[in-house]
Design a protein around this ligand. Structure first.
Ligand code: ADP
Ligand code: ZN
Length: 729
C-alpha cells in the first residue's frame, strides 16, 4: 500500500517530495497502528491522512471541529481530484441524501464529520456499512481541557473504539504540551500509539519586536510596505479590533474586524472575505484562529501584548502555512503587561491568577529579551536551536550594540544593597529607580531613603534607562526578583560578587524605533519570480475561484504560481512539473493559465532566474547555508550588513557572482535599493541613452558602445533597475 504513496502524491497533489515526518506517519498508519502526530501549523498534517486514504480500501473518517474547516478541505480535495465529502447540519435534505447514497456505493475515499454528528444514534452503524477503515482525529487537542479549544463532544469519540473494532486512529494536533499529548492518548484510548513529534521551529517565519509607540500608525506603516499581502492584526479588545479596522479602512486598506461579539453572520462574512482575498487585513481578537487555513497569510502583527507565549506562538503560527517567507511583528510596551496583570484582579482563584501572572511575565520577558526570538520560543517548548544565528529575527539580524555598563550597573547594584542594608527589607525596581533619580516620594521620606549614599546618584540618566538596565540585570542573574507579585529585588551571589570586585558588566542596548525600522527581516526560502506575471496570475486565480465558489488558494497556492512565474510553462508536461499541480488541476486549470503565460510573453521579456530554484525550506531544520542557497544566501548576508566583497569571501564565490545575485534581487523586487547607491544621475542618463540604441541584452555590447568607461557591476545594476522599472510592482 505504502509503495504507491509517492505516485499518489504527485498525481493528486502535484508534489515530488514529502515533508519531514509525513512519510513516517503515513507508513505507520498504513501498518494499522494508532498514531499521534504532533506537527506545527503548516507542516502538512492534512496530507498525513489524505494520502493514505487513497492508498487503502474503504473510506477514512475525518473528525473535524468546524463546519467551515470541513467545507474548505473538501473543496480543496475535490479540486485535486480526490473523492471527498462531508456530512453536517448545513446540508439540505436532498443533498444529504445524495451524499449518503454515494457513501453506500463506496464512491468516496474521505468523509468529514463533526463529533456531534458522529455521536448521533445510528451513525456508528452507518459508518460500519460504509466501510470506514481508518479514523483521523484532526485538531485532536480539542479533547483536552488543558488545550485552548476544549470541545466536550470530542470526549465521546472513544466510544467509536468499541463500535468499530480494529479500525486504527490517527490523532493530529499542533499543540505540543506534554499534558495535552497524554490526554489525547488516554481519552481516545489509543493502543500503544506511535507518537511523532516534529520540531516546532517555523523556518519561514521571521520575528520582530518593536517598542510600541502610536500603534495604529505603526500597523499602518507596516501594512503599507506590503501592498499585496494578506495579514492578521491581533489586538486585545473587541473595541480595538473594530476601531483599528475602521482606521485602516479610512486609509484605503481593505480591512475587516473579527471578534466574538459580532453577529454570527457578520463574523462569518468577514472571515469569508479574508479567505477569499477580498479583505486583505483582519483586525481580530484571539477569537479568530482555528479554522483559518488560508495558506498565504504573509504577516501576523500583535498590536497588543499577548497573555502568554503559547498563544503568541499559535497566533503567529497562522502566518506562512505555505512555507513562503512571512513576518511576525510584536509591538511591545511595558504598559501592556501592567494592564494584563490588572485583569487578574478580577480572577477569584488565586492559584490560577498566579499562574497567569507568571505566563504574562514570561511573555514580557520574551519581548524585552536580547536573546534570539527563535531560541526563546523553542526553548519554551523544550527544544534547542542548534545554530548561533537564526537569520530570521530582529536580534540575530541586527545585532545590538554591546556597551560597558560596569559603572551604571555598580550604581544600581549598590542602591539595591544599601536599601536592604538600611531598611532590612527589599523593594521593587520602581522604588530603586526613584532613589537613584533622587525623587521626593512619600516612601522615600517615610523610609529615609534620601539619606542613602546612593540617593540621587543617577540623576543624569533618564528613569526608563535605569528601568531597562535593572531588567537586564535581573535577566542576567545579577539581581533576584521575588516570585510574588511585588517582585522585590535582592542581589544574587553573582551580583554581590560583581559589586565587591567591580567585575566588568557588558550589556546590550535596547533598540529604539528609530534604530530598528520595521523592515522585512527575512526572505529565507522566498521564490524569486516575475512579479508582473505573478500579479496577472493572481487575478486569473481569483476569477476562476469565484466562478467555482471556492477560495483562491484552492485553485493554486502562491508557491505554485511563483514557480509558474519563474519557468513560464507552456506545455502540459511543463505545467505538470510545477509543485502543486496534479492531473486534475492540469485538466481544470492548465489551459487558462498557460494561455495567460503565453499572452504575457508576447508583450514582455522572459526573465531568467538562477537554475537552482531554492526549494521551500523543510519545516524542520535551520536556515540553509553553503553553495545551495545562492541568491537567497547572498541576500541574507547583504541584509546583515556585509559588503559584496565580504560576502564573496565568506561564500567562496567570485565577486561578480555576488553582484549578479544582488542585481537579480533588485529586478525581482526582493531587494529594495536606491540606484543612487550604485551610479549617479548623470551616468544613468548616459547608460540609458546607449541602452536605447543597443538594448540591454548584451552588457558587453553596451559596455563597448559606452567606450568601456563603466565596469560590469555598474552595468549589471543599471540593467536591474531598468528592468525593475518595466515590471509593474
Ligand atoms: P497543517 O494542517 O499542518 O497546518 P496543512 O495540511 O494545511 O498543514 O498544509 C500546509 C500547506 O503545505 C498546504 O498548502 C499543503 O498543500 C502544503 N503541503 C503539504 N504537504 C506538502 C508536501 N509534501 N510538499 C509540498 N507542500 C505540501
Ligand atoms: Zn534569531
Amino acid at each position: 500500500m505504502s509503495d504507491s504513496l509517492p505516485e499518489l502524491l504527485k498525481q493528486y497533489f502535484g508534489y515530488d517530495t514529502f515533508r519531514p515526518l509525513q512519510r513516517e506517519i503515513m507508513d505507520s498508519a498504513l501498518e494499522g497502528r494508532d498514531v499521534v502526530a504532533i506537527l506545527p501549523t503548516g507542516a502538512g498534517k492534512s496530507l498525513c491522512f489524505q494520502l493514505p486514504a487513497l492508498a487503502r480500501d474503504g473510506v477514512t473518517l475525518v473528525v473535524s471541529p468546524l463546519i467551515a474547516l470541513m467545507k474548505d478541505q473538501v473543496d480543496a480535495l475535490t479540486a485535486s481530484g480526490v473523492a471527498a465529502t462531508f456530512i453536517n447540519s448545513s446540508l439540505q435534505g436532498s443533498e444529504a441524501q445524495r451524499r449518503r447514497s454515494g457513501l453506500e456505493n463506496g464512491q468516496y475515499k474521505l468523509l468529514y464529520a463533526a463529533p456531534e454528528r458522529i455521536m448521533m444514534p445510528g451513525f456508528a452503524e452507518d459508518l460500519r456499512r460504509w466501510n470506514v477503515t481508518a479514523i483521523a482525529v484532526d485538531e485532536a487537542h480539542c479533547i483536552s481541557e488543558w488545550g485552548h479549544d476544549f470541545r466536550p463532544e470530542y470526549r465521546q469519540l472513544a466510544s467509536l473504539r468499541a463500535e468499530l473494532p480494529g479500525v486504527p486512529f490517527l490523532a493530529l494536533t499542533a499543540t505540543a504540551t506534554e499534558r495535552v499529548r497524554s490526554d489525547i492518548i488516554r481519552q481516545l484510548q489509543l493502543d500503544d500509539p506511535h507518537v511523532f513529534l516534529a520540531s516546532f521551529n517555523r523556518p519561514n517565519l521571521s520575528y520582530t519586536v518593536l517598542p510600541k509607540n502610536k500603534s495604529t500608525r505603526q500597523v499602518y506603516d507596516f501594512i503599507h510596505q506590503r501592498p499585496n499581502e494578506a495579514g492578521i492584526v491581533y489586538v486585545q479588545s473587541r473595541k480595538s479590533a473594530e476601531s483599528l479596522a475602521a482606521a485602516l479602512a479610512t486609509e484605503g486598506v481593505k480591512a475587516v474586524a473579527y471578534h466574538a461579539g459580532l453577529q454570527p453572520e457578520e463574523r462569518a462574512a468577514n472571515q469569508e472575505a479574508f479567505i477569499r482575498d477580498e479583505a486583505r487585513i483582519v483586525c481580530a481578537t484571539i477569537a479568530f484562529g482555528m479554522g483559518i487555513n488560508k495558506p498565504d497569510v504573509r504577516f501576523v502583527i500583535h498590536a497588543d501584548l499577548p497573555k502568554n507565549i503559547e498563544g503568541y506562538y499559535q497566533e503567529t503560527g497562522r502566518a506562512g502555512r505555505d512555507s513562503l517567507p512571512s513576518d511576525c511583528l510584536l509591538l511591545y510596551s511595558r504598559g501592556d503587561l501592567i494592564r494584563n496583570l490588572k485583569f487578574l484582579d478580577e480572577m477569584t482563584d488565586p492559584k490560577a491568577a498566579e499562574i497567569a501572572a507568571r505566563q504574562m511575565r514570561l511573555m514580557a520577558d520574551f519581548a524585552e529579551s536580547t536573546e534570539c526570538r527563535r531560541v526563546t520560543l523553542l526553548d519554551y517548548f523544550g527544544e534547542q536551536w542548534p545554530g548561533d544565528n537564526c537569520g530570521g529575527c530582529d536580534v540575530c539580524l541586527q545585532p545590538r550594540e554591546v556597551w560597558d555598563a560596569t559603572t551604571q550597573a555598580q550604581k544600581l547594584l549598590s542602591c539595591i544593597f544599601r536599601i536592604k542594608q538600611k531598611s532590612k527589607f527589599s523593594t521593587g525596581l520602581n522604588h530603586v529607580v526613584e532613589v537613584l533619580a533622587g525623587a521626593n516620594t512619600e516612601k522615600i521620606r517615610k523610609w529615609y531613603h534620601d539619606q542613602l549614599t546612593t540617593y540621587g546618584i543617577g540623576k543624569d540618566t533618564p528613569r526608563e534607562e535605569w528601568t531597562a538596565l535593572g531588567r537586564q540585570l535581573i535577566r542576567q542573574g545579577y539581581v533576584d526578583a521575588s516570585p510574588d507579585n511585588y517582585q522585590t529585588l535582592s542581589l544574587s551571589k553573582q551580583g554581590l560578587a560583581a559589586l565587591m570586585n567591580r567585575t566588568p558588566i557588558m550589556l546590550t542596548r535596547t533598540p529604539t524605533l528609530a534604530s530598528t525600522p520595521p523592515a522585512k527581516v527575512s526572505k529565507t526560502g522566498s521564490i524569486l519570480c516575475d512579479e508582473g506575471l505573478f500579479a496577472e496570475l493572481r487575478t486569473l486565480r481569483k476569477r476562476l475561484a469565484d466562478e467555482r465558489g471556492v477560495p483562491p488558494y484552492v485553485v493554486f497556492g502562491d508557491t505554485s504560481l511563483r514557480h509558474m512565474c519563474r519557468s513560464y510553462p507552456q506545455t502540459d508536461h511543463d505545467f505538470l512539473s510545477m509543485p502543486g499541480v496534479g492531473s486534475q488541476k492540469l485538466a481544470d486549470y492548465g489551459q487558462p493559465f498557460m494561455a495567460e503565460i503565453k499572452n504575457w510573453l508576447t508583450q514582455h521579456e522572459r526573465l531568467i532566474f538562477a537554475n537552482e530554484a531554492p526549494p521551500p525550506p523543510p519545516p524542520k531544520m535551520k536556515v540553509e547555508t553553503g553553495p545551495g542557497g545562492t541568491v537567497l544566501e547572498t541576500l541574507r548576508l547583504f541584509r546583515q550588513g556585509l559588503s559584496p566583497e565580504a560576502i564573496a569571501s565568506q561564500r567562496n564565490l567570485v565577486i561578480s557572482t555576488i553582484h549578479n545575485h544582488l542585481a537579480q534581487a533588485i529586478t525581482s523586487g526582493d531587494l529594495q535599493a536606491d540606484p543612487r547607491d550604485y551610479f549617479s544621475t548623470e551616468d544613468e542618463q548616459v547608460m540609458r541613452e546607449a541602452a536605447a540604441e543597443h538594448g540591454l541584452e548584451s552588457l558587453s555590447k553596451l559596455r563597448e558602445a559606452l567606450g568601456n568607461q563603466f565596469d560590469y557591476p555598474t552595468l549589471h545594476y543599471f540593467r536591474a533597475f531598468e528592468m525593475r522599472g518595466n515590471a509593474p510592482p
